[in-house]
Design a protein around this ligand. Structure first.
Ligand SMILES: [Zn+2]
Ligand SMILES: [Zn+2]
Length: 98
């Protein structure tokens, strides 16, 4: 059994619809941007944003089935320490208003 290697650069994304766990390469995704993804299992579209916590330095993965609103993004907190991710003011531009 492979216990796995440390996955510092891997991002674990859970599909909000079917729960499928997808491993993405963190380097492909820029922080502080909303990315639209498609689940490879159920083919649903969902949105993901990555935020660096200014408090503890950890990365928080923010997943929503629908595109997150600016208010939702502003209200996001660090998954690791609970620190508000955007208490310094909004600097996030949600993608996809098409
Ligand atoms: Zn899915
Ligand atoms: Zn934190």
């Amino acid at each position: 059994m492979d216990l796995g290697t440390p996955t510092d650069s891997a991002l674990r994304v859970v599909c909000p619809q079917c729960g499928h766990l997808e491993i993405d390469d963190l380097e492909l995704l820029a922080s502080d941007e909303v990315h639209a993804l498609t689940c490879e299992v159920c083919a649903c579209r969902f949105h993901l944003a990555l935020f660096d916590c200014a408090h503890c330095g950890e990365e928080t993965v923010f997943v929503r089935a629908a595109a997150p609103t600016p208010a939702e993004i502003l209200a996001a907190t660090c998954q690791h320490c609970g620190h508000p991710l955007h208490d310094d003011g909004p600097d996030v531009r949600p993608m996809g208003r098409a």
